[in-house]
Structure formats: C-alpha cells, structure tokens
Design a protein around this ligand. Structure first.
Ligand SMILES: Nc1ncnc2c1ncn2[C@@H]1O[C@H](COP(=O)(O)OP(=O)(O)O)[C@@H](O)[C@H]1O
Ligand code: SF4
Ligand SMILES: [Mg+2]
Length: 377
C-alpha cells in the first residue's frame, strides 16, 4: 500500500507545498476495470450548489455530473475551493437548506436525495451513506464516550438493545484497528490520539454498513504512517462491505494508490474524468497538466517546478468561456477566440472510451506527450 514516507500534495489555492513527493503518474496497483453497463450506485446529474451572500451568488458547484458503481473508488481532486467538499456534502444532504440553493439530481441506490425531508435524510444518512471528515472533532462530541456515540448511531437505524449495540461498537472499534476495544469503548475522544480518533470516526461512519462512503481529505491532518494505515483500512473495509467510495484528496500519490477513477474539479466544474491509470498516464486537460507540473519531483531528483500561474477565479464572477482560460498557456492554440467565448462540454476527446475532458484543444493527447510530458518533474 502507500509508501508512508512519500506523501504528495497538490497546491492549495495555487501555492506550492514543501513536501517531498513521489511521481503520481505511476499507478502501482491495477485499478478495477469498469464493466460496460455496470449500474451506478451514486448518480449525480447536473448538480448546482449556490450560496446567496451579500456580495451575490457564490456558484460553488456548476453543473456537476458523475456516477459511481458499488465496489469502486472515485478520487475527486482539485485546488482548494474547487467545490469538492460542497458537492460531496450535497450528496449527503448536509447543507443548511435555508442558505443553500441546490438543483439537479443526486441518486443514491436509486433514491433521489435532492428534496428529501430532514426526516428522510436522517434515515438515509448512516444507513445508506456516510461521510468521514478531515477533522474528527467535527463528528465526535467531546462530552460523550466514543462507545455511546457509536451505539447511538447504530440504534438510530437498528431496533436493538443497548447491550447489543455496545457489542457492535466494540466489534467496530476492533475492526478499525483500535487495540483493546472493550476498554477503549468507554473512553472519551480526548483520551484518543489523533489517529485513533480518526479510526473511531470511521468506525462510527461504518457501523451501519453504508453502501456509499465519502471520505473528505480524511488523512490530511495525520502523520504519514497513520495516513498509510487509514488508507489501508478504508481499502479493506471497502472490500469487505462492497461499498462505493468517494475519496476527496489533494494528494496525487494517494490517488494513484487507492482510486479506480479520478474526477478533476476546477471552479465548481468537472474538467476531466476517467480511469486513474489513463488520467495519470495521459491527462488531456491543461489544468490536470498544471497540477502534475506543480508537484515537487520524485524524492532525490528535484526538477524545475511550474506552479499554475494565477489563482482560481471568484465564484461570484466566473470568467466567460472556459473557466480556466485566464490561467491557460494553451488558449492561443485554439482558433476563433473560442476559449474566451464558449464553455467547452465535458466529452470524449480521444478514441479512449470511458474518459472525458472539458477543453477545446485539438489532439490533447499529442500535446501532452510532445510538450508537457518532457517537462514534468
Ligand atoms: N456556506 C457557504 N457560503 C458561501 N460560500 C461557501 C460556503 N461553503 C463553501 N463556500 C465556497 O464554495 C467554494 C467551494 O468550497 P469547497 O467545496 O469547500 O472547496 P474544496 O474543493 O476545497 O473542498 C469555496 O469558494 C467556498 O468558499
Ligand atoms: S478550453 Fe482553452 S483555455 Fe480551456 S483548458 Fe482548453 S485550451 Fe485551455
Ligand atoms: Mg474541502
């Protein structure tokens, strides 16, 4: 699994990180091939999420579509503020409905989530879908024991006694690798280390065997050894429970390790989507190229770094045409000022089936191979 010494990070908001990293293009495992006609468990269609503010509408997600079958892991990547968390929270109906406008469709196991009542959402969350956050504090209440929080979540969906639920909590804590779970179950969150709290949160998220697990940068705050263990754990649990997993990360090293598919997001839009080996092998979108170029080199052989110039656009006033055009060095290659005037569709650009990108550039695979690949770190 993950080489614990080599995390790699995408720039957050266009800035470099100073971490030592591994070349993300190398997918060391064999991603699961997607079978033609495989039924989607999660299906997001033309999702828009907007926040009305005093300055205007923040268009955080602007027409996002993707699907994910059971037993597959989708990594969502992109700079900070690209809409990864906002779109994923919408899947679980976690937005404050008074201050959020949501349109489009989100189907989980065939059920429409957009428009569910609070009561429907309560029974849907936990049982069918669960989320793990970067910060366990946001899910674990400091005043209650770890065990009582897991049993409460279990009993909300199962008509069982407290004793049976506690047995289940101990089993889950053991399952996520917490030593001595029968004793640990009665402890409070502050008695757990950061890594252990993260595991406890995963135990709570998985106590009802959700078929969809969304992990939002779950390892970012952890040291690299614990990070590697948590990734292993999520992969094991996915195998055991057969769940669909959405993994949000800015770490392309992690993507290569765990994902079957990648969705690259830029300014509230999907700009590239497809199988991990194809997209890390021959990415087709200039933004994905920029992400790869702005990552520090393989340990020991540092090369020149090319941070993406500029910063992501304001979501209050999106650029015309392609949202990436103000930062794109290839926009002059496209005739007719198209990049500035016409928003590209997310469509197939090569003979490769099952992958899409949102760019007007002709023969992007050739441009990548002849111009971008030679200068990658
Ligand atoms: N409640 C909110 N009100 C206004 N803007 C928001 C709100 N929540 C998120 N945003 C904005 O939406 C954009 C996308 O955020 P987010 O999905 O959290 O980004 P990330 O890709 O880093 O997870 C950001 O510009 C963020 O500031
Ligand atoms: S559409 Fe034009 S501006 Fe946008 S990524 Fe492609 S080449 Fe660059
Ligand atoms: Mg986020």
């Amino acid at each position: 699994m993950t080489d614990a010494t080599t995390p790699s990070a995408l720039p957050q908001g266009g800035n470099m990180t100073d971490q030592t990293v591994r070349a993300p293009q190398t997918v060391s495992r064999t991603p699961k091939a997607r079978n033609e006609g495989e039924e989607a468990y999660l299906e997001v269609t033309d999702l828009h999420v907007q926040f009305p503010t005093a300055d205007g509408k923040v268009q955080a997600v602007q027409g996002l579509s993707y699907s994910l079958p059971l037993r597959r892991t989708l990594a969502i990547v992109g700079e900070s503020g690209s809409g990864k968390s906002v779109s994923s929270m919408a899947v679980l109906g976690l937005h404050d409905r008074k201050n959020t406008w949501i349109s489009g469709s989100i189907k989980v196991g065939g059920r429409e989530v957009v428009g569910m009542t609070e009561k429907e959402l309560m029974s849907f969350r936990g049982a069918e879908a669960a989320m793990i956050f970067q910060d366990p504090q946001s899910s674990l209440h400091p005043y209650f024991t770890i065990g009582s929080q897991i049993t409460e979540s279990y009993r909300a969906h199962n008509n069982v006694s407290k004793r049976v639920a506690k047995k289940r909590a101990i089993e889950m804590l053991g399952r996520v690798g917490i030593p001595n779970p029968a004793r640990r179950v009665d402890q409070y969150p502050h008695e757990f280390s950061g890594g252990m709290r993260q595991r406890a949160m995963i135990a709570m998220a998985l106590v009802n065997d959700p078929k969809l697990l969304i992990a939002d940068e779950p390892t970012t705050a952890l040291d690299v050894t614990v990070q590697a263990q948590i990734l292993d754990l999520i992969a094991d649990l996915q195998r055991d429970f057969g769940s669909a997993v959405v993994f949000i990360t800015h770490d392309l090293g992690v993507v290569a390790e765990i994902a079957d598919d990648i969705l690259v997001m830029y300014a509230g839009n999907a700009v590239e989507h497809g199988p991990v080996d194809k997209i890390l092998g021959t990415p087709l979108h200039p933004y994905t190229w920029g992400l790869l170029e702005s990552i520090p080199a393989v340990s020991g052989t540092p090369g020149p770094l090319h941070p993406i110039p500029g910063s992501p656009p304001s979501l209050l006033a999106m650029p015309s045409g392609c949202a990436f055009h103000p930062r794109c060095e290839f926009r002059e290659r496209v005739g007719g000022d198209l990049c500035r005037t016409l928003k590209p569709e997310l469509i197939s650009r090569t003979a490769d089936q099952g992958r899409t990108s949102r760019c007007h550039l002709k023969e992007p695979d050739k441009v990548f191979e002849t111009e971008v690949l030679p200068r990658l770190p």
